[in-house]
Design a protein around this ligand. Structure first.
Ligand code: FES
Length: 95
C-alpha cells in the first residue's frame, strides 16, 4: 500500500485521482454518504474514468474507508452495558 503519511500528520488531503481532482477525503466522504464500490465512486466523482492510473490506489482508500465505516457502525450499535450481580460480586458486561 502506498502511504507516505504526509497527509495524516497535518490533516491534509492527498490526491488520489489527478484527472478528476479527487482526494482521499473525497473518497471517505463518498463512503460516508453510502458509496461501497468503485462503480459508485466512478459515478459520484469520476475516479478512474479517464486514464485509469488511480484505480489501484483508489481501491485501497475505498477499502480503508469501508473498514472505518464498518467499525463506526459496529461501535454505534453496541448495546448498553449491563450490570451483572453474581455470588462472587458484581461486574459490567456488554451483551
Ligand atoms: S488519475 Fe484517475 S483517471 Fe487518471
Amino acid at each position: 500500500m502506498f502511504d507516505n503519511n504526509s497527509h495524516s500528520c497535518f490533516n491534509l488531503a492527498m490526491y488520489i485521482c489527478l484527472c478528476k481532482a479527487v482526494t482521499d477525503k473525497d473518497i471517505h466522504r463518498a463512503v460516508g454518504d453510502g458509496a461501497s464500490s468503485m462503480r459508485c465512486l466512478r459515478q459520484l466523482n469520476g475516479v478512474g474514468s479517464q486514464c485509469g492510473r488511480c484505480v489501484g490506489h483508489a481501491k485501497e482508500v475505498l477499502g480503508e474507508a469501508l473498514e472505518e465505516r464498518r467499525s463506526a457502525q459496529a461501535s454505534s450499535t453496541q448495546k448498553e452495558p449491563v450490570t451483572v450481580v453474581t455470588g462472587a460480586g458484581s461486574g459490567v458486561c456488554y451483551p
